[in-house]
Design a binder for this molecule. Structure first.
Ligand code: GDP
Ligand code: MG
Ligand code: ZN
Length: 293
């Protein structure tokens, strides 16, 4: 459930045991991650428990250090801050690589109803829906709209979910609402020096009472490096490209300037969105720059 200063908190049924990791883990450079399934000895009396074995992981991430994420909820504000498709795409690509599902949560939808940014916000919602709606589940929320939060609860039922997205979109607010916590951990976004506020500084797993969903509450997942991603594999993580790549003339088509490229044809025909394709090209460039020869 969480790891703090060399202690690992393991939940079994309703009991949480404070554990140490088995000694050999350290020598092998292994560390239990939040979200891990483990074999362990329960704590008893004064004695801490012991984590004996870490079961194989479905996926894992370095920062924040969490494992076994079923689903990413990518939170993006309709406005304040304005959505940036490339940020969304990078998170989607990372989720695809990790074989995790993604849900796009357009938050602050109240801003499309009233206020100065009304039209801009409404337009952003439409844009995001049209780019992503055919491929990913898109849910509109606002923090005070219970019904919208209920649809998000329904969508994550039975899953271990991590919230991701640019700072200020409302991740902490939504997580707190889902967990029915007070809003103590949200607020001033850029005030990094103020330590007065209670902010999420380590990862922790919380269970949603009735729904059985598990929420990874983390400070991170605002953006990713495309760690270890080869430029050749990036197209696999854009579903609309992956499904067309078979139709390209060359097996190793990068969908950049090759003749007979089915992806470029689909782009020209308007079947693939320009913004997705632009993200793809940017990620390929990024991976090319990191390539080790
Ligand atoms: N208008 C509006 N503001 C929201 C909503 N959700 C969050 N906010 C505000 O957006 C700001 C950033 O929220 P926070 O949860 O800290 O974002 P995070 O950085 O993604 O964790 C806070 O001032 C919140 O009160 C919403 O649905 N509507
Ligand atoms: Mg936050
Ligand atoms: Zn191609």
């Amino acid at each position: 459930m969480k790891g703090i200063a060399g202690f690992y908190f393991v939940k079994s049924g309703e009991t949480i045991s404070r554990c140490r990791a088995r000694g050999v883990f350290k020598n092998q450079g292994i560390k239990p991650a939040v979200g891990d399934f483990v074999e362990f000895e329960e704590a008893s009396g004064e004695d801490d428990g012991v984590v004996r074995e870490i079961l194989p992981r479905k996926n894992s991430f370095i920062r924040p250090f969490v494992a076994n994420v079923d689903c990413f909820v990518i939170v993006v504000a309709a406005a304040n801050p304005d959505p940036v498709p490339q940020v969304i795409d990078k998170l989607l690509v990372t989720a695809e690589q990790a074989d995790a599902e993604s849900i796009i949560c357009i938050n602050k939808c109240d801003l499309a109803e009233a206020g100065k940014k009304r039209e801009k916000a409404a337009e952003s919602i439409e844009t995001i829906r049209s780019i992503y709606g055919g491929m990913y589940k898109v849910i509109c929320t606002s923090k005070d709209d219970e019904e919208s939060l209920r649809s998000l609860r329904d969508a994550i039922k039975g899953k271990t979910v991590a919230f991701a997205g640019a700072s200020g979109g409302g991740k902490s607010t939504i997580v707190n609402r889902l967990l029915r916590r007070r809003e103590m951990e949200t607020g001033a976004v850029s005030d990094k020096t103020s330590r007065g506020r209670h902010t999420t500084r380590h990862a922790e797993l919380f269970s949603l009472d009735e729904e059985e969903a598990k929420i990874l509450d983390t400070p991170g997942f605002t953006s990713f490096d495309l760690q270890n991603m080869k430029m050749e594999e990036i197209g696999n993580y854009f579903p609309e490209m992956a499904k067309r790549a078979e139709g390209c003339r060359y097996d190793d088509c990068m969908h950049l300037a090759e003749p007979g490229c089915r992806v470029k044809e689909a782009l020209t025909a308007g079947e693939i969105s320009q913004s997705r394709y632009d993200s793809y090209c940017a990620f390929v460039e990024e991976a090319r720059g990191k390539r080790q020869y």
